[in-house]
Ligand binder design. Structure first.
Ligand code: NOJ
Ligand code: NOJ
Length: 630
């Protein structure tokens, strides 16, 4: 299991020394090295500013809570997303292992926060008995549940969290703290792997929170988590429930998404898109293992299909009518990249984290060919190479012999990576702040969420690879797995228990009862009805956290709005309905006279978890709305 080498750290400080030495002659050093070095420092601070309890931009966030962005309006990202947080924590663990010892407390706080979070009942479900709540994509920054309507569940979160925590566990083991890895961290990982083993074959929302189906990014990370988790379990002498699914997940990853030219990002869905999506490039960089073979089932950056996919994803962004920002850039050069070309979110802008990921991907691939001492181009990957090295042929290149082209091809790929970094240099504002996106049209301004944690984290992991700093290997044998002859679906029933040694509350069963809120409320098109209440479950009277009701049962005879909510059993609550309208900002509350109360019945651990225990039979009181159509 490779440990980050100190030699590479020395190389970085030499770089630092050079740029300091140059500072006299080049007052505004424009070199890429100087840019990356400076931006890397700014980015790490940018990440730490967004982590509670002390992050300067996120007052109110709990300890170890990694907030997506301090932005509270347009868009409101003042939440913690499992995905963003886990990817950020993976970077933090890698930086810690590279020598930034001051990051340790962030890791310890995260472990504690996640142990608690795993037990929080939320709209995706409860933690016990079946782990459903682990699929929840986001939470409030005080670690309470977020009730609003959202694309849920998202099944990449548990896998990504497991990967971050497994990496840290390996560090603990090689630093004489195996017992801690086993008793404190493993129980959290075990819950997440149980979830992966149980639900990898169930559909969910993709990483962009838009498409319900199967997502390449999720499957690829799920695969890694099961393989790496299985190896860790062996080292710790514990059982991994769910890890037995790994070969089937690999089979699905390799067989289901490939269309002959690229990996279709979302399948088992009907999204009407080409499927060329950053999803797949982000997937391969999460699965990166310096020592892996290019044909490994995990689909590494140097994999021929992944290279073909890279080109297929990037090329549509070269359309200068749609993307004036990329006008006039030859195909041998990097460009600004977004999520997918059909994207309309913030006008489908370009994403810093994706442009950084493209560079990281290419550095990864080069490192793999370097360590293997050979590079095989086949007909699948040929077009990728010809864009940047026109003389490329489908054959195996090695460094041996005179006139060897091997170093030239590697140089071409490295230059290609560098050119994506140059794009970042151009569009990251001078103060180094990173939003989520920048506009495709002139003046190409930053847009969407300010100070996006994930943008900063992605810059740092890219900068690590650029500096030849690599995370530990996760594939312990020659291959991550042997692909089964035929793919089949499967699920291993998970085993879930609160990670109490890490600070989770010792819940024995999630004692909730399903209450069905039913209210007759006549509404105009454009209005919505929500239920709010004095408990966390119902958003503590915060309209942003109130529970949206569903109008699918609304008829001319009965204007029914309803929702089934799992509420903490045994408590007496106050609640009220609230009306929101697309024509006005202010919500309309029911009149105080409604004074609604409810006692939530005791929970029954033997009942069907979906059974409704209580149904309200309410009628809206108070003001009705004005006609919509604004
Ligand atoms: C918010 C999501 O996070 C983003 O990915 C999505 O594009 C928009 N909602 C629109 O659905
Ligand atoms: C929108 C992105 O699409 C999604 O991937 C991310 O988790 C959230 N924003 C929060 O950053």
């Amino acid at each position: 299991m490779g440990i980050l080498s100190t030699k590479t750290i020395a190389q970085v400080s030499m770089l630092a020394a050079c740029s300091i030495a140059n500072a006299g002659t080049l007052p505004q050093a424009k070199g890429l090295d100087a840019f990356v070095e400076k931006q890397r420092t700014i980015s790490l601070q940018g990440v730490l500013n967004n982590i509670g309890p002390d992050g300067s931009l996120v007052p109110g966030a709990g300890a170890g809570v990694i907030v997506a962005s301090p932005s509270t309006v347009n868009p409101n990202y003042f939440y913690t997303w499992s995905r963003d947080a886990a990817l950020t924590m993976k970077m933090i663990v890698d930086e810690f292992m590279l020598g930034k010892k001051q990051l340790k407390s962030y890791i310890e706080d995260y472990i504690h926060a996640q142990a608690v979070l795993q037990t929080v009942t939320n709209p995706s479900g409860t933690f016990l008995p079946s782990g459903l709540g682990l699929g929840e994509p986001k939470y409030n920054v005080d670690l309470t549940r977020f009730n609003g309507a959202w694309g849920r569940p998202q099944r990449d979160g548990p896998a990504l969290r497991a990967i971050a925590l497994i990496t840290y566990s390996k560090w603990l083991i090689s630093n004489g703290q195996k017992q801690k890895a086993k008793t404190v961290v493993w129980p959290i990982i075990s819950n997440d792997l149980s979830y992966v083993g149980q639900y990898w074959n169930s559909t969910g929302f993709d990483l962009w929170e838009e498409v319900q189906g199967s997502s390449f990014f999720a499957t690829q990370n799920q695969f890694r988590s099961l393989v790496e988790g299985g190896a860790l379990a062996k080292t710790l002498g514990v059982q991994c429930t769910g890890c037995d699914q790994a070969p089937q997940v690999a089979c699905f990853l390799n067989e289901a998404y490939w269309n002959g030219q690229y990996f279709v990002a979302n399948i088992n869905s009907n999204d009407g898109r080409t499927g060329k999506d950053a999803n797949t490039v982000l997937g391969s960089i999460s699965a990166f293992d310096l020592n892996a073979k290019c044909d490994d089932a995990s689909i590494q950056p140097c994999n021929s299909r992944a290279l073909s996919n890279f080109k297929a994803f990037v090329d549509p962004f070269r359309d200068s009518t749609a993307y004036p920002i990329n006008k006039g850039i030859p195909k041998s050069q990097g460009i600004a990249l977004g999520r997918y070309t059909e994207d309309v979110y913030y006008n489908g802008g370009l994403w810093y984290l994706i442009t950084a990921a493209a560079a990281e991907y290419l550095y990864d691939a080069v490192a793999q060919w370097e360590i293997q001492g050979s590079l095989t181009i086949d007909k699948t990957s040929l077009a990728f190479f010809q864009d940047i090295y026109p003389a490329a042929k489908a054959k195996t290149y090695t460094p041996k012999g005179k006139n060897a082209e091997f170093p030239l091809i590697l140089k071409a790929v490295t230059n290609y990576a560098e050119s994506f970094v140059t794009v970042l240099q151009k569009y990251i504002p001078a103060d180094g702040s990173m939003t989520e996106q920048f506009n495709r049209t002139s003046p190409f301004n930053p847009t969407s969420a300010a100070n996006l944690t994930w943008s900063y984290a992605a810059f740092i992991s890219m900068a690590e690879r650029r500096a030849k700093q690599y995370p530990p290997s996760w594939i312990s044998g020659k291959q991550s797995t042997t692909l089964p002859k035929t793919c089949s679906t499967g699920a291993t029933k998970g085993v879930y228990a609160p990670a109490t040694a890490a600070g989770a509350p010792n819940i024995t069963t999630s004692c909730t009862s399903n209450v069905r809120f039913e209210v007759n409320a006549t509404t105009y098109y454009g209005e919505n009805i929500l239920v709010a209440g004095n408990t966390t479950d119902l958003g503590s009277w915060d309209i942003n956290n109130a529970w949206p009701l569903d109008a699918s049962g609304y008829t001319a005879e009965r204007p029914l709005w309803s929702a089934t909510v799992a509420l903490t059993a045994g408590q007496a609550i106050n609640y009220a309905y609230v009306r929101t309208e697309d024509c006005s900002q202010a919500p309309i509350w029911e009149s105080a006279t409604a004074n609604r109360t409810l006692v939530i019945p005791p929970c029954d651990p033997n009942a069907d978890p979906d059974a409704v225990i209580l149904v309200t039979n309410d009628a809206w009181t108070g003001p009705t709305g004005t006609s919509g159509g604004c």
